[in-house]
Design a protein around this ligand. Structure first.
Ligand SMILES: [Zn+2]
Ligand SMILES: [Zn+2]
Length: 127
């Protein structure tokens, strides 16, 4: 195999980034937790971003006590999902963001259903 570095044309790659699969040369290889990463991946923070956590917490809050938080959870979670897909936010936050959105959607549909049930019940009683 004679692959060349993804960043330095003509320089022989010595390893592959474990995260993105890019070939890296000796200069670009970054050792992290005994794994090889490229400089770009090493530069991105690996913990979930605050926004991902906020989305999950809003989702939980909306689910457990105050429904309106669900809307914020969905909004924040969607923004974070988009940022992650653009590699603008750490992928570690994807699960949190997804759960924030998911919990928000569940809460909204539960709220919608109970509202519909109340309306229906009123209609039935009135008629
Ligand atoms: Zn990489
Ligand atoms: Zn290189």
């Amino acid at each position: 195999m004679s692959a060349t570095c993804g960043r330095h044309a003509g320089v022989l790659a010595v390893d592959v980034c474990e995260r993105c699969g890019r070939f890296v040369c000796g200069d670009c290889a970054v050792l992290r937790d005994e794994r090889t990463w490229c400089t770009e991946c090493a530069a991105v923070p690996h913990e979930a971003s605050a926004r991902a956590t906020v989305s999950l917490l809003l989702g939980l809050g909306g689910f457990l006590c105050c429904g309106p938080l669900s809307i914020a959870a969905i909004a924040v979670g969607r923004v974070e999902e988009r940022a992650i897909s653009r590699h603008a936010a750490p992928a570690a936050g994807l699960r949190r963001a997804r759960w924030g959105v998911r919990l928000g959607l569940i809460q909204l549909s539960v709220a919608g259903l109970s509202l519909a049930a109340v309306v229906l019940w009123r209609l039935l009683r009135a008629g």
